[in-house]
Design a protein around this ligand. Structure first.
Ligand code: C5P
Length: 231
């Protein structure tokens, strides 16, 4: 995989116009973009179509979570629409619905969100979930593998254990990545791009260090260089 294939740039921006100018500024340093809740209701899907037409890959971060039949219908619509990665939550019925909805679409890959990185052990206890966080991540990765989805979203900390257990059966996509010397923002545990790959990640998701940089092209290029050092 090339460094450009590994780097997924999160378009966490307030308007499609802002996203379009950021994409232009990043130029050929950006090959894979993530569109999430912020843009989805205000033209994010049209933006996804535009990105696909430009030959870029698109990660639709919907994080579907509903009864299996509804997830199945939703994923079917996404598969018809187009897209490269799509997230759903890692519950058996949700995963089963997602796999059924995708059918044999050769392009769309389903990623399971294991445990959100904003949650810690205390949040699980408060929610009545009485299991060690790391064990829950692995359990949900197991649900993902059993259901036949393509990968998981997991922090670098969890990536190693998931890679060890599942090898290349699951693609690992890792957020919480910061180049050396760049602000961590609100991310709790950050690793550098190269560290994420060494931990077992296949792709990294990076937002603010690129989209809020004075020179998004240079910021993305620096990250690509760090990724290339792992080849
Ligand atoms: O700006 P930053 O690089 O922190 O953005 C990271 C992106 O990854 C955001 O779009 C965020 O929603 C997403 N994400 C995350 N942690 C997760 C899942 C997704 O940071 N566990």
């Amino acid at each position: 995989m090339t460094p450009e294939d590994r780097l997924i740039i999160a378009l966490d921006l307030p308007t499609v116009d802002d996203a379009e100018s950021t994409i232009k500024a990043i130029g050929d340093a950006g090959a894979f973009y993530k569109i999430g809740y912020q843009l989805m209701p205000i033209g994010g899907l049209q933006l996804a179509e535009h990105l696909s037409a430009l030959g870029k890959k698109v990660f639709l971060d919907f994080k579907f979570h509903d009864i299996g039949a509804t997830v199945e219908r939703g994923v079917k619509s996404v598969a018809t629409f187009g897209g490269d990665f799509l997230t759903v939550h890692a519950e058996p019925d949700v995963l089963k619905g997602a796999v059924a909805g995708r059918g044999d679409d050769p392009r769309l890959k389903i990623l399971a969100v294991t445990v959100l990185t904003s949650l810690n052990q205390e949040s699980l206890t408060r929610a009545g979930i009485d299991i060690k966080l790391e064990d829950l991540v692995l359990k949900r990765a197991e649900f993902a593998a059993e259901a036949g989805v393509d990968g998981v979203v997991a922090s670098a900390k969890e990536a190693t254990a998931i890679k060890q257990r599942f090898g290349n059966e699951l693609t690992i996509v890792t957020p919480g990545v910061r180049p050396k010397g760049v602000s961590a923002d609100d991310q709790k545990r950050v690793v550098t791009p190269a560290e994420a790959i060494k931990s077992g990640a296949d792709h990294i998701v990076v937002g603010r260090p690129i989209i809020a940089a004075n020179d998004p092209f240079a910021a993305a290029k620096d990250i690509l260089k760090d990724l290339a050092s792992t080849e």
